[in-house]
Write a protein that binds this ligand. Sequence first.
Ligand code: HEM
Length: 314
Amino acid sequence: MSNPIDPKLHEQLQKLQQKYDVMGQDLSSYLDGLLYSDYLTYWDYIHLDTLLSLQTPKTHFKDEKVFIVYHQITELYFNLILWEIDQIVEQTNLTEKFFCERMDRMINYFRQLVNSFGVMVDGMDRNQFLKFRMSLLPASGFQSGQYRMIEICSTDMINIVNTDDRKSMTDVDDINRLLEKLYWRSGATELATGKKTLTLKQFEEKYIEDFKTLGEKHRDRNLRKIYLKNFPNSEEVKKRLREFDELANVRWPLAHLKSAARYLQKDPEDIRATGGTNWQKYLPPRFQKIIFYPELWNETEKQEWGKAGLNFGQ
Ligand code: HEM
């Protein structure tokens, strides 16, 4: 004699029946499907085999794998940051609590990235790097679309225009003009000729239309605009935006710069192993002075922006 059906199970079956009835579906067929389907495994769920098939070094140098994997890790964190920004932007009835919780997550992701940069700085043999890097030209982390998207969603576009034009531009709503003057477009010019680098040209070809669409979408709904509209006086919000600003525009760039200095520093010839920028003039955050939330910093802090050793977050 079969056991009577557990009342809890019975209730669940009734709820399922209702759910499938609404859509005109036959519950019994779906239960058959459940009967025949395999149990989910960890490796299928996270697509482990696919994930581990995505590292394809271009050379035989062992340390190239470290280089690829750490870039991929960074892109995944960038993706999580964009995911959180999107939640803030899309939230109807946005509360301070929701905003702060999402900011905390983004801050945490950026902290992980800053703290793990040693994987690059100390984790590869310099001679191997200088060799395998030559076979990757003209590709460069400069072409990270997600990095630029974080910038576009975090602030008004005028704040990511190159320093000179930022001061003089009057029409801060002319998206085409703003796009033209983004700091990284001005920065990626060939040392000798002043022409756009191939790295930049290819990057623009792939992404510039996407950046324009994103810029238009976030013109009135970027993190800065959202904060000014909803929580202009909240100390909790300001504290988090300051830390985010510092992480994105000082601490990460400085951690990254350490890699460039470690691998490219000694010989001017090493410049060949980059996407073509004059990186010593381009990468240090004190030159670009990108600040997402300028109203949250005093004049001294802005002047000192990007100089190592300052504790901006406190
Ligand atoms: C040994 C490690 C690294 C070195 C030597 C290095 C070197 C450079 C250099 C020289 C540039 C300037 C553009 C160019 O001329 O190519 C650059 C830009 C950039 N790299 Fe790296 N990089 C390293 C690791 C990484 C990693 C792991 C990421 C993570 C995605 C990354 C992301 C970027 C980004 C986003 C830029 C543009 C920065 C900006 O426009 O302000 N880099 N890198």
